[in-house]
Structures are given as C-alpha cells and as structure tokens.
Design a protein. Structure first.
Length: 175
C-alpha cells in the first residue's frame, strides 16, 4: 500500500530529475490519499497534459508501483469537461518543477461511476460525508461527461443513479 508520505517523497525524487514544469492531477485513490481521506492507495493515478506524458513516463520507469497516466482529462472511459484542471485543487508543496493538483470531488465521483465497485462506493461515501460535494455541479458534470462516455451508457447512468440515491439522498433518473 502507498501512503501520502510515500507519494510525496516519490514526487520529490521525480521533481529533482525534471528541467521543465509539469502539472500532475491526482485522480482516484491517489487523490483520496493525498486529501487525507484514505490512509493509502494500491496504485498511483495521475492525469496530465499530453505534451509532458512521454517525459514523465520515462522518469517513472523502474517504479515498483503500478502507475496509471491519463491524458488530457480522458480518465478510464470518460472524457472530463475541459475545465477539469481549473476545478482541481492545488496542493501546496515545495517542488521546483511539479505542480500537484487533486481532481475536484465531483470529478472524482464522476470517474468512479463507470466502474462503481465496492472500493469506489467507499470512496464516494467518504467524499459525500465531507460535505464538500456540490450536488448540482455533480449532476451537471455527469450530464456533460455522459455525452462523451465511451462505455455502455445505460450502465453508467444506472451507476450514477445509485450514487445519487445511496450517497446524496436523491431519487430520480440521472437527476
């Protein structure tokens, strides 16, 4: 398991190897761990601009952890709206070349809705309990992402309805 301390140390080591600025946006369990909402994650998930992906990938070769890099807001089978990076929270740090951000709570939920397994449900419940999820924004973002969803839309809609019912006391079809 990978703790917040492990992640930040690993990123410091990568930062020392960089000679250009890169923004990393933590998604999934990595985001939850960096927010302090989970004690650890089983893998590392970042989204980044396509122009830096090759460089970053070369710097993480040999890492013992499973690292997933998502490009330009396309996470799993979902394409997040173009403003996903602007809505992401910047994490204060002492890196020279890395800017570390965390996907917004609404976008974390949206990306977990496609798979929506037991681990995803726990993460969504944790996010819901923080009181920092804007339900209206969540529904608006789901509607946008649903239009570009690459998987089976009926399953995605069903999962989202379950999320609304179980975690946000909302009854209704996709809000």
């Amino acid at each position: 398991m990978i703790t917040k301390k492990d992640l930040l140390k690993w990123l410091r080591e990568i930062d020392l190897k960089l000679n250009t600025d890169i923004t990393l946006i933590a998604v999934g369990g990595t985001a939850m761990t960096l927010l302090g909402l989970k004690s650890s994650t089983i893998d590392v998930d970042f989204c980044m601009d396509s122009s830096h992906a090759k460089l970053f990938t070369s710097l993480i070769k040999g890492t013992d952890w499973k690292v997933d890099i998502f490009i330009d807001g396309y996470i799993f089978s979902e394409q997040l709206p173009k403003d996903y990076a602007d809505l992401s929270q910047t994490i204060p740090h002492q890196y020279v070349h890395l800017t570390l951000k965390i996907l917004s709570p609404e976008d974390i939920i949206i990306t977990k809705a496609a798979r929506y397994n037991e681990r995803d449900e726990e993460d969504i419940e944790t996010l819901a309990k923080t009181g920092k999820v804007d339900k209206l924004l969540l529904v608006q973002r789901f509607r946008k992402v649903k239009e570009t969803y690459a998987g089976k839309k009926e399953d995605y809609e069903y999962h989202f309805d379950l999320i609304l019912k179980r975690h946000f006391n909302h009854i209704g079809k996709h809000a």
